[in-house]
Design a protein around this ligand. Structure first.
Ligand SMILES: [Zn+2]
Ligand SMILES: [Zn+2]
Length: 268
């Protein structure tokens, strides 16, 4: 099983990432892909990937951080330097987020869009696929992706931690994107402001377009909900998906692994 999106580069793992990685590998996780959310966490994702053969990095500026001063004027050049390093396999997590967070509110959508588009252009320059973050912004994200279709790779990338309407799912699939599901698929009911259950969206997604991720340290699957999430729980999510898709767990492992290699052609 591959965890295609997590954050061992975050503070929550700073004291025990080595034990967390070793435990995941022992339990059968074959690759762990850490994703950056700003420049420093992107750099850390790359540093981690250089330490372990099974780890890879995806680098980018999350829409939450699109308005931070840290970015400065040369942020895209700084990001390009990071993205050109070995073991970087994609640009992410990038996208739009229209959920109002207690700590952060909503970053000005105009700034979010500018930062998103600038990073689509960088991915085009470096021939890298995208790992997209979408919260309550599917329509605007799709509008931008359709406008910039000429800049996308043949396999354009994936929507990480998918949520949204059936229409957004359909259009993302039509554009060639893969769809990531996380531990929140094990939660009963609907997330705030969402309208379709994740299980239903997973049923509508062909198995050859699904990837599995933990988003550790967040979105811990049941029965560990409330604890810190770990890459090894990607196995629990895979098992849950095997029930939703009515196929064996082995089939889930085989197909989702193949899918990750199809998206990220720099993954070895
Ligand atoms: Zn995200
Ligand atoms: Zn994330």
């Amino acid at each position: 099983m591959i965890d295609v999106h997590c954050h061992l580069n975050f503070h929550s793992f700073s004291s025990d990432y080595d034990a967390v990685i070793k435990s995941a590998l022992e339990k059968g996780v074959t690759r762990i892909i850490n994703t950056g959310t700003k420049l420093d966490s992107s750099k850390l994702a790359v540093d981690l990937a250089k330490q372990y053969s099974e780890l890879f990095a995806i680098v980018g500026i999350h829409p939450h951080h699109a308005d931070k001063i840290e970015l400065g004027n040369n942020w895209i050049d700084d990001l390009e330097m990071i993205a050109k390093q070995s073991k970087v396999i994609g640009i992410g997590e990038i996208g739009l987020d229209y959920f109002s967070y207690k700590s952060n509110g909503i970053v000005d959508p105009k700034i979010q869009k500018e930062v998103f588009i600038t990073q689509i252009e960088l991915a085009h320059k470096l021939k890298l696929p995208l790992q997209i973050h979408n919260r309550l912004a599917g329509e605007d994200i799709l509008m931008i992706l359709k406008e910039k279709k000429h800049l996308l790779q043949t396999v354009p990338g994936m929507f990480h931690c998918f949520a949204g309407t059936k229409e957004v799912l359909k259009e993302a699939l039509n554009l060639g994107f893969f769809i990531g599901f996380d531990g929140n698929i094990t939660y009963p009911g609907l997330a705030p402001k969402e309208t379709v259950e994740l299980k239903e969206l997973a049923k509508l997604t062909p198995l050859d377009r699904i990837v599995v991720e933990t988003d550790s340290p967040y979105l811990t699957p049941i029965p560990h909900r409330g604890e810190r999430n770990l890459p090894e729980y990607v196995i629990l999510i895979g098992k849950f998906l095997s029930g939703v898709k009515e196929v064996s767990y082995d089939r889930i492992v085989e197909q989702t692994t193949q899918n990750v290699y199809t998206i990220f052609n720099k993954l070895s």
